[in-house]
Each structure stands twice: as structure tokens, then as C-alpha cells.
Design a protein around this ligand. Structure first.
Ligand SMILES: Cc1cc2nc3c(=O)[nH]c(=O)nc-3n(C[C@H](O)[C@H](O)[C@H](O)COP(=O)(O)OP(=O)(O)OC[C@H]3O[C@@H](n4cnc5c(N)ncnc54)[C@H](O)[C@@H]3O)c2cc1C
Length: 404
């Protein structure tokens, strides 16, 4: 008889984990609180598969910038709600902005990101997932000399770890690579093009993968909220949910921003903050030539723009608002303004009709996910992927299953 595995959460991390467990011969069940796959953070994210640019958000220059940003609602990082947990997290984040820690985190993140590229390529060869996906690289552009110089130094450091890139020394060089940038209002002075990167619609991917898993015998139980992990000695004896009690040889916690709450019940502290982000999805039918083909990152605004067929997805921002899912329309207006500044030829009516979305990233202070075992023999973690869960999903799943 095969071993039983129970995956808690059907976002991109839970589903890729279920896929790897299935390949290892487990009898897999996935419990998901929502009525379908990827309805939380893996729903309308930036779409960027940022393998070569998986460096942490924590950076030395942020120690100076973060205090001012936190109080400015138009900045990339904003506090809406202060509490002790949030302050602890921010202090820890600032601690990780030290150069030596950033170097370590960059190496770790890049290694995992490149493993993920390999694993996703392998998965897509085997699983017929139909989703908007393109492997045209990513282009990060800069409006300030200082940031551009820092980015070039970072790219050079990353080159030693197998990262491939081209420095584009002017706006002309950037627009030659991505013509949609020709009409920008951003004073671009140059950019870095990362050849190995890609982009894709994470929600479509998750739905395709869930269909495949079900066909292969994985049981995915939707509308099934996990309420409690019940301890029995040094194992998790049972998982209590709104759809019954479950037992398994391996239980993998992949509940995104909610992982910390479940882990806390059994005495495990996870440094995960629900860092809210926003996205806009714009139907660009009729304006295709004025939207990018290559996935872009605006380094000053800290937003990404991905082309998903006839849609443009613009995403970014980080807000400390606890577990509040509501959409703050001032943030959406800022995102619309940014979009209009980059792609000036897109008609204002397209942005008015755009769909806005917000969600809670499972963010750790060092920007690295938490993958592996716990003090309980049958409980494992694959969570805390923060800003890069789509990028790191396939490799994290493989690492987790190898750890089991
Ligand atoms: C605005 C924005 C833009 C982003 N852009 C990018 C990008 O361009 N590239 C990139 O790589 N990453 C990006 N990310 C990050 C990425 O989306 C996340 O890291 C990733 O989706 C996290 O996946 P997850 O499976 O851990 O979490 P989720 O997708 O949130 O999945 C967790 C699942 O667990 C379920 N769950 C939680 N609690 C319970 C419970 N008690 N019982 C049952 N089920 C439960 C939830 O319903 C949910 O479905 C972005 C995030 C945001 C917010």
C-alpha cells in the first residue's frame, strides 16, 4: 500500500507539491478552503518567472528608504496598520538588509529559482497545461544612475552563479528590445535584460495542473477549511477540517499567508507576514502594439508588467494591513497612474475598465521560503514564498519531496 500525503492548500505551492508527491508514488489528498484552486495569492499575481532576478527585497539601501516609504501611501511599501507582530517583522526585515545577509539570501534564492526553472520545464513536458506562457525573458529598466549602477554590480555578482543577462545602456537599446517602451514617460536611462526569465498566468497554470492531478487520482477537496492540527506525541495525529478528520504519513503545510496561524497551534513559530499586494488586469484588445511582449520590471516603482495574451497585468506594492483583504482604491489609482506613465499610448478608458485585485503574500523577513521538516515526524512545511512564489514553486516542491 502506498503512503498517504495530505497537502494543506491548493495555491501554486500546494499544487506543485501534490504533483511531486504523486510522482514519488504517494496517495495524495489536497484540502483547500476555497471553492477552487488558486483563489488566493496565486490568482492574479504579476506573472513574472523571475529566475535570474530572485534577489531578496531586503537590500542595504532600504535601511535609509524604508522609514519614509512606510508612511507614504504612494510608495512601494506602506503601513496601514501597526501592531507588535508587524513591528517585529519590519525590524527583522531591516536586520536582513545587511550586505552579508543579502549576499547569502541572493545565492540561496537564485539556486532555488534556477532549480525551479528546470523543474517547471520538466513538468510542462509531462503535463499538458494550456496557459498564457512566454519565454521571452525579463527587462528591468532604470531612471536613476545610482540604481542602474547598483543593478549592474548585482548582475555581475549573479553572473558567477550562472545568470545570463545583457546590459542595455540607453533608452534606445531598451526600446530596441521592447518597442512598447518607446512611448514611456519614465526618463529611462538603461536596463538589464535577463534572457532565462519567463512569464505566465499562474491562475490558468494552477487550474490546468489541478485538472491533471485529479485525472491521475489525486483527491482535491474544495470548500474544506482546515481548523486544527491535533498532536499525538511527536506526530500530527489528525487534521480537523470542516469536511472531516484526516490522517496521513506526511502532512505538508502550504497555506500561504495563513500557514503561520496553523503552525502556531502546534507551537511552531513561522515568521510570515501577510504583505498585501495589488494588481491590475487590463484588456488591451486593439492596443496590442502599445503593450509589452517582454515581461518588464520598473525598478523605481517596484512594479512588474506581464503580457498575458490580450491582457496586460501590472502588479506590485506592499502594504502592512494585517489579514485585511479589502482593496484600497487609492492604491489602485496609483497603480493605474504608474501604468499610464509607462504605457502612455494605452487609452484611459482601458484603465478605467481594468480589473483590480489585492492579495496577501506569505512574506518572510529574509525573503526566503521555509521548506522542510518540523519537530513533528509527519509534518512538513512548504510556505513563506513572499514575492516569488510563482517563480520558486516547482523547485520548492521538488526540494520538499526530497526532504521527506
Ligand atoms: C500583487 C502580487 C504580485 C505578485 N507577483 C509575482 C510574480 O510576478 N512572480 C512571482 O513569482 N510571484 C509573485 N507574487 C507572489 C506569489 O503570487 C505568491 O508567492 C504565491 O502565489 C504563493 O503561493 P501559495 O500557494 O504559497 O499561497 P496561496 O496561493 O495563497 O495558496 C494558499 C492556499 O491555502 C489555502 N488555505 C489557507 N488557509 C487554509 C485553511 N485553514 N484550510 C484550507 N485551506 C487553506 C488558501 O485558500 C489558498 O488557496 C505576487 C504576489 C502578489 C500579491
Amino acid at each position: 500500500m502506498s503512503n498517504k500525503a495530505l497537502v494543506l492548500g491548493a495555491g501554486v505551492i500546494g499544487l506543485t507539491t501534490a504533483y511531486e508527491l504523486l510522482n514519488k508514488g504517494y496517495e495524495v489528498t489536497v484540502l483547500e478552503a476555497q471553492p477552487g484552486p488558486a483563489k488566493q495569492c496565486s490568482y492574479a499575481n504579476g506573472g513574472q518567472l523571475s529566475y535570474s532576478h530572485a534577489e531578496p527585497w531586503a537590500r542595504p539601501y532600504l535601511i535609509r528608504r524604508v522609514p519614509a516609504w512606510l508612511l507614504d501611501s504612494k510608495s512601494p511599501l506602506f503601513i496601514k496598520r501597526i501592531d507588535a507582530y508587524m513591528l517585529k517583522w519590519v525590524l527583522s526585515f531591516l536586520g536582513y538588509c545587511r550586505a552579508s545577509k543579502v549576499k547569502y539570501a541572493t545565492k540561496e534564492a537564485l539556486a532555488l529559482a534556477y532549480e525551479s526553472k528546470k523543474s517547471l520545464d520538466a513538468l510542462l513536458k509531462e503535463v499538458p497545461v494550456n496557459f498564457e506562457y512566454q519565454t521571452k525573458g525579463t527587462l528591468h529598466y532604470y531612471a536613476k544612475k545610482g540604481s542602474f549602477e547598483l543593478a549592474k554590480a548585482q548582475a555581475k555578482f549573479q553572473e558567477t552563479m550562472g545568470c545570463h543577462y545583457d546590459v542595455l545602456h540607453s533608452l534606445e537599446a531598451c526600446t530596441e528590445r521592447e518597442p512598447a517602451l518607446a512611448y514611456n514617460n519614465r526618463n529611462i536611462i538603461g536596463g538589464i535584460y535577463f534572457r532565462d526569465d519567463a512569464s505566465g498566468d499562474v491562475y490558468q497554470f494552477c487550474n490546468g495542473l489541478a485538472d491533471y492531478l485529479i485525472k491521475k487520482g489525486v483527491k482535491i477537496v474544495y470548500n474544506c477549511h482546515v481548523e486544527k492540527l491535533i498532536v499525538g506525541g511527536d506526530t500530527i495525529d489528525m487534521v480537523k477540517s470542516r469536511c472531516g478528520y484526516w490522517q496521513a504519513d506526511a502532512i505538508i503545510l502550504c497555506a500561504g499567508a495563513y500557514s503561520g496561524q496553523l503552525a502556531k497551534q502546534v507551537g511552531i513559530y513561522l515568521p510570515i507576514y501577510p504583505l498585501k499586494g495589488y494588481s491590475l488586469t487590463v484588456d488591451i484588445t486593439g492596443y496590442e502594439d502599445y503593450a509589452p511582449q517582454i515581461c518588464l520590471t520598473d525598478q523605481a516603482y517596484k512594479v512588474v508588467a506581464s503580457r498575458l495574451g490580450t491582457r496586460l497585468r501590472v502588479a506590485g506594492m506592499a502594504e502592512f494591513a494585517g489579514f485585511d483583504h479589502s482593496i484600497d482604491h487609492r492604491r489602485v489609482d496609483t497603480l493605474k497612474h504608474i501604468t499610464k506613465t509607462i504605457f502612455t499610448r494605452l487609452d484611459a478608458s482601458l484603465l478605467e475598465r481594468a480589473t483590480s485585485w489585492s492579495c496577501l503574500r506569505p512574506a518572510t523577513p529574509n525573503c526566503l521560503p521555509i521548506i522542510g521538516s518540523t519537530p513533528y515526524a509527519n509534518l512538513y512545511l512548504n510556505t513563506g514564498h513572499g514575492t516569488l512564489g510563482w517563480t520558486m514553486a516547482a523547485g520548492s516542491a521538488k526540494r520538499l519531496v526530497n526532504a521527506i
